[in-house]
Write a protein that binds this ligand. Structure first.
Ligand SMILES: [Zn+2]
Length: 587
């Protein structure tokens, strides 16, 4: 990496990891650590911890971990230099681009270029809407839909004229290359002839911001019954459909305040609610909700209300989304609006209070699914069996077993089927589908005893740098079996333990994300508290050395007996092993 090391140290020493992470995760203090719901795996109870003293994070659930830069890389899906720049921007630290290596620099420039293009085109469309004669119909349309001037301003709505080359010409005038132009998704290449044409024509334009307030893409909506009703930017190096939610850049503070978020489908649904003062809202923009969406949202609100139209499309969209929310362990409610309404029309007709009242009675997922299933199958004997078949697949997704058994009981009562029979059905289904969970448990149980002791030494060095001189003098890392842990230990030993920012320095020495994760997991918790740390260190060191020496002796004895039995293959193997170990000692 070609960003100067002093710059990285400056960033690591200036930034505060709690400050940075709490922008995207709700953190609560407990003891010396902060805890929150992990943005990297699905969970209901917080196992994601941040330690301000050590400036590291670690998830006890999925083992994600590292320093402030590793967090930014993982959370935003960006490269190391981008993370450095992001942190530098936040703390007003100057970074000189010329030192970054050429390929990374190019990638950075592409992204920065696209953001810049989007920003200027947003300005162009916005001005066009406000000033052009040709945009009169658009202004009337927004007026008819009761979108206020303030909202148009705040969300920088715009209008793309009825023309094939407005943006093509705009790009030409501003000297944007054809390559950058097509990469932005704002213009497309003509199939037959050479040349480009505008993607958005005669549409209301909604700029789509990412949570860092940068324009990532655009959505366009027709003003009549034309098709397609909505058109969005394609995926570009700065626009990821599976991650960006419309309006979150403005709504995030209100989601934090209210503790919950409304999820609606369309731009106008969002804008109407927001305009009515219901500002804890985001729009999914017709794309299917992904677990990434849900994890991003979890950083701002733990409760979510999915708002859908009562038509069949709305119902099936709700059903599709539910699985994701259940798997992510989110407290989710489903609000299906009364017949013929969408959130926009409802709040415009009935007002803010009525909407909030309606939403407060939103159904739980199981109530919603049960109602849909009953509406579909009816309540005959066959119908009720079909309902049970439907519901069992939803029930196994509930991770909390107590909650699941309550739902089983409810379902049994509603269907008038014996509770035991319902439970049996659910169990059957669960067993058929839980092979992967078993595999996972097996994998986790496989940690070696030697690894555990070696890990303890590392954790000790990180939490009690005063033991490092002892560990060094006994040269215990030489006896480590795990090459990976030995590598990490050597790095730790290369840092001055008297350094105030000891762990920050060690973390900065780790080259790859896996090593950072490991290091954070050993550093986050102090396993040795309230013990005589020197005594503990000494006995741990002795144990590691004793076990290793004993195993080597056993090996030598086995070679001797293999020689007696003339098992040449085994002798060869054992000798090789012995050589390895000798090499280790002779270093
Ligand atoms: Zn996690």
């Amino acid at each position: 990496m070609h960003i100067p090391e002093e710059k990285i140290s400056e960033i690591l020493n200036t930034s505060d990891i709690v400050d940075v992470i709490s922008e995207s995760v709700i953190l609560k203090k407990a003891g010396t650590n902060y805890f929150g719901l992990c943005p990297f795996h699905s969970e209901k109870t917080p196992s994601f911890s941040v330690n301000p003293g050590k400036q590291i994070f670690h998830c006890f659930g999925c083992s994600a971990g590292g320093n402030v830069l590793s967090y930014l890389i993982k959370y935003h899906g960006i490269s190391f230099p981008e993370a450095v720049k992001m942190a530098a921007r936040k703390y007003n630290i100057e970074i000189d681009n010329s030192t970054v290596n050429p390929s990374v620099k190019k990638e950075l420039e592409i992204k920065e270029g696209l953001f810049r293009i989007n920003q200027t085109v947003m300005g162009y469309y916005h001005d066009f809407l406000k000033k052009s004669q040709q945009a009169e119909s658009a202004r009337n349309y927004l007026n008819k839909r009761r979108i206020s001037e303030d909202i148009i301003q705040e969300f920088k709505l715009g209008f793309s004229p009825e023309s094939w080359d407005t943006i093509v010409r705009f790009f030409k005038k501003n000297k944007v290359s054809n390559k950058n132009a097509t990469q932005s998704g704002l213009v497309l290449e003509r199939k037959q002839k050479q040349g480009l044409y505008d993607r958005f024509r005669n549409r209301i334009i909604f700029p789509i911001f990412d949570i860092n307030m940068q324009v990532a893409g655009f959505g366009g909506r027709v003003m009549d019954d034309g098709m397609p009703k909505y058109l969005n930017s394609p995926e570009t190096p700065v626009y990821f459909k599976g991650r960006i939610l419309y309006g979150l850049h403005m709504a995030k503070q209100f989601c934090r305040q209210q503790g919950f978020v409304y999820i609606v489908e369309g731009y106008f649904d969002f804008l109407s609610l927001y305009q009515q003062g219901i500002k804890n809202v985001v729009a999914s923009l017709g794309t299917a909700l992904t677990s990434d969406h849900v994890r991003v949202l979890k950083g701002y609100a733990t409760k979510m209300v999915l708002v859908f139209d009562s038509d069949t499309a709305g119902i099936s969209a709700a059903k599709r989304s539910i699985k994701i929310f259940l798997q992510e362990g989110v407290d989710i409610r489903i609000l299906v609006l009364p017949d013929g309404n969408d959130p926009d029309s409802y709040v415009v007709t009935h007002g803010r209070e009525a909407f909030i009242e309606l939403a407060s009675n939103a159904k739980t997922v199981m109530q919603f699914l049960l109602k849909v299933s009953i509406d579909t199958h009816g309540f005959s004997v066959e119908g009720r069996i079909k309902i049970l078949e439907d519901m069992k697949q939803h029930l196994i997704l509930i991770q909390d077993s107590a909650l699941r058994s309550l739902h089983v009981k409810d379902l049994a009562e509603t269907l008038k089927i014996d509770e035991k029979a319902v439970l049996e059905k659910v169990k059957e289904y669960y067993l058929d589908n839980s092979v992967s969970i078993l595999d996972y448990c097996k994998r986790e149980g496989n940690k070696l005893e030697s690894d555990r002791r070696e890990e303890q030494i590392i954790s000790m060095m990180l939490n009690y740098p005063e033991t490092i001189s002892l560990i060094k003098s006994r040269d215990v890392t030489k006896y480590f079996y795990s090459e990976k842990l030995k590598h990490i230990a050597m790095k730790i030993l290369s840092i001055d333990p008297d350094n105030n920012a000891f762990i920050t320095c060690v973390m900065a020495k780790m080259e790859n994300p896996e090593d950072q994760e490991l290091l954070a997991s050993y550093a986050i918790d102090d396993f040795f508290s309230e013990q005589d740390i020197h005594q503990t260190a000494l006995s741990l060191i002795n144990r590691i050395i004793r076990v290793r020496v004993k195993q080597e002796n056993t090996l030598t004895n086995r070679i001797i007996s293999a020689e007696k039995g003339c098992d040449s293959e085994l002798i060869e193997l054992l000798r090789k092993k012995q050589k390895e170990i000798q090499q280790l000692h002779n270093r």
